[in-house]
Unconditional design. Structure first.
Length: 209
């Protein structure tokens, strides 16, 4: 891959990473509930999900999602259902998003946050199909493809780590403004609705692009 080609993809990666979507919503919800240091584990899961998507594309399974209506629909509905489930769970949460003075801290599990982030990306067929459409534009078929895939994946993971970190940090800043259970309740409901909307939008995607 030529340096100019990589620089073009590097620039595109920032736009891809910062574009609002289920990943950004999940990162902000974790930052709101757990603060930046704990909530950032969701981003680790999102990155693992991106790596899995790249592996799917690299071995050609992404072509199956492109060609098969059934495969695309199965993954699409699994992803939509999972996002709606997360939204309903968040909507019904009335506990403080992080530990307030004199209160018990909310339950925290790195494994759960990592798994959540990973599943959000894996169950998004549009993400896989998107990579199938975008990645080949930056490949030089005269050079080893494995090295190029690794370079592209590493670049996108790098920009996503920063972008999701910004979303997580932005949400954790909101914690300083929380003064009552009512504020917390409405913030949880807001993020719950955003998750549900993201799931609904994903469910509305058609196989035709």
């Amino acid at each position: 891959m030529a340096l100019s080609t990589w620089l073009a993809f590097f620039a595109a990666s920032w736009a891809i990473s910062f574009s609002p979507g289920p990943g950004a919503i999940s990162a902000m919800a974790s930052g709101l509930r757990y603060g930046f240091r704990r909530g950032y584990w969701t981003t680790v899961g999102l990155i693992l999900g991106i790596i899995v998507q790249f592996l799917i594309v690299a071995v050609g399974l992404g072509a199956l999602l492109t060609a098969s209506e059934l495969a695309f629909s199965i993954v699409k509905w699994l992803g939509a259902g999972y996002l709606i489930y997360l939204g309903w769970k968040q909507f019904r949460t009335d506990a403080p998003p992080v530990a307030a003075p004199g209160s018990n801290p909310p339950p925290f599990s790195r494994r759960e946050l990592i798994l959540r982030g990973c599943l959000i990306n894996i169950t998004n067929p549009k993400g896989t199909v998107f990579l199938m459409a975008v990645v080949p534009q930056f490949l030089d078929l005269s050079r080893p493809l494995v090295v190029q895939y690794v370079t592209i994946a590493a670049t996108l993971c790098f920009t996503d780590l920063i972008a999701m970190g910004c979303y997580t940090g932005l949400a954790s800043r909101v914690l300083r403004l929380l003064r009552s259970p009512r504020h917390i309740r409405w913030l949880n409901r807001t993020f719950g609705v955003l998750f549900i909307l993201a799931g609904t939008v994903l469910a509305s995607f058609s196989h035709q692009r």
